[in-house]
Design a protein around this ligand. Structure first.
Ligand SMILES: [Mg+2]
Length: 335
């Protein structure tokens, strides 16, 4: 097939990004890039440290349905997923711009409820909405651009992992994908049940801004870090590609919540490996620091689990304790 006839579906999300990235850096690199192209955020030098920027779009019918998403849930999740990219670089949010794509028949109150919610949200990861844009669109979407400052003055890239580094994750994995399955099968569920917990993990993920800040301020500087937005399998793959290394993951160590264990039984570790949208953090530390890292995390009450090791074979990702041969590699928006 000629290049000019290829569709987005032919290339897939990551093929498309690779083609765009091949065009952009040469034309746009006016100054030093503080993070490699394609990392969670763009980072530009700023007086004294750096400014980090990231954006995240959500489209009705693709990322959410108003049948099972309230305005408050969408407001939370859209801002949280954008802020998560800042947390993944060890940065704290300063502000956000919101672009809305609106069908003319959309009810105004639905939109205003999002803004009222943002205004009154009191969470450690929240930042003020400073403006944005509104455009007419055949489908409802919103795009949130967030910017922030690195806690230690420099962002943590996803490209710094080296052979022998140890791999860690915050929190638990797989809850969100289970929560989505609950929503799609049953609609509303009560919030005190196991299913309710999983649904909350899907609708109201908490970006790990204070966790990464506290780890950095305690002196634990990861060699590489990224957020787990499209599933651990994709995040490990992205980090390894950026760093030019491979990884060995021990599936029996993957942290799963009691709720997921109860809901998914023996399938929980597969969901932890593959499921997306938990917005936890994947990080690597040099091998001699693994004991210190776990001890520091325990002292400052950050949930951190040691799940594997970086190996030298570029892009070779081995998973022990789980048959992953039939699992597709993470989430691709166009396939
Ligand atoms: Mg990310």
């Amino acid at each position: 097939m000629a290049d000019s006839q290829k569709t987005v579906a032919d290339l897939g999300e990551f093929g498309l990004l690779a083609e765009i990235n091949a065009i952009l850096p040469g034309g746009y690199t006016a100054g030093p890039l503080l993070l490699p192209f394609g990392d969670d955020c763009a980072a530009v030098p700023w007086p004294e440290d750096a400014l980090l920027v990231s954006s995240d779009a959500m489209v009705e019918g693709i990322h959410f349905s108003r049948d099972w998403t309230e305005p408050e849930d969408l407001a939370w999740k859209s801002l949280a997923s954008a802020v998560s990219d800042l947390a993944a670089k060890g940065a704290e949010p300063v502000g956000a711009l919101v672009t809305l794509g609106l069908p003319p028949e959309m009810e105004v109150d639905w939109i205003l409820r999002m803004y009222r919610f943002w205004r009154r949200l009191d969470e450690p990861w929240i930042c003020p909405i400073l403006g944005g844009d509104t455009v007419r669109s055949p489908v409802f979407f919103l795009d949130i651009l967030v910017f922030g400052k690195p806690v230690t003055g420099m962002p943590i890239s996803m490209a710094g992992a080296r052979e022998g580094d140890q791999i860690l994750v915050t929190g638990t994995l797989g809850d969100a994908v289970a929560g989505l399955a609950v929503l799609q099968s049953k609609g509303n569920v009560s919030c005190d049940s196991t299913a309710g917990y999983l649904v909350q993990r899907f609708l109201r993920p908490r970006p790990r801004v204070s966790e990464t800040r506290d780890l950095l301020l305690a002196g634990l500087i990861p060699t590489a870090m990224t957020d787990i937005s499209d599933g651990l399998t994709r995040s490990v793959s992205n980090l390894c590609t950026a760093s030019g290394v491979g990884a060995e993951i021990r599936a029996e160590r993957l942290p799963v919540s009691a709720a997921l264990d109860e809901w998914a039984g023996s399938g929980s570790r597969r969901m932890a490996w593959q499921g997306g949208e938990d917005y936890e953090i994947l990080l690597t530390v040099s091998g001699d620091l693994i004991g210190t890292a776990l001890e520091v995390a325990r002292q400052i009450k950050v949930s951190l689990t040691h799940i594997g090791e970086i190996c030298g074979n570029r892009n070779e990702i081995r998973v022990t304790g789980l048959d992953v041969t039939d699992l597709p590699c993470g989430y691709d928006h166009f396939r």
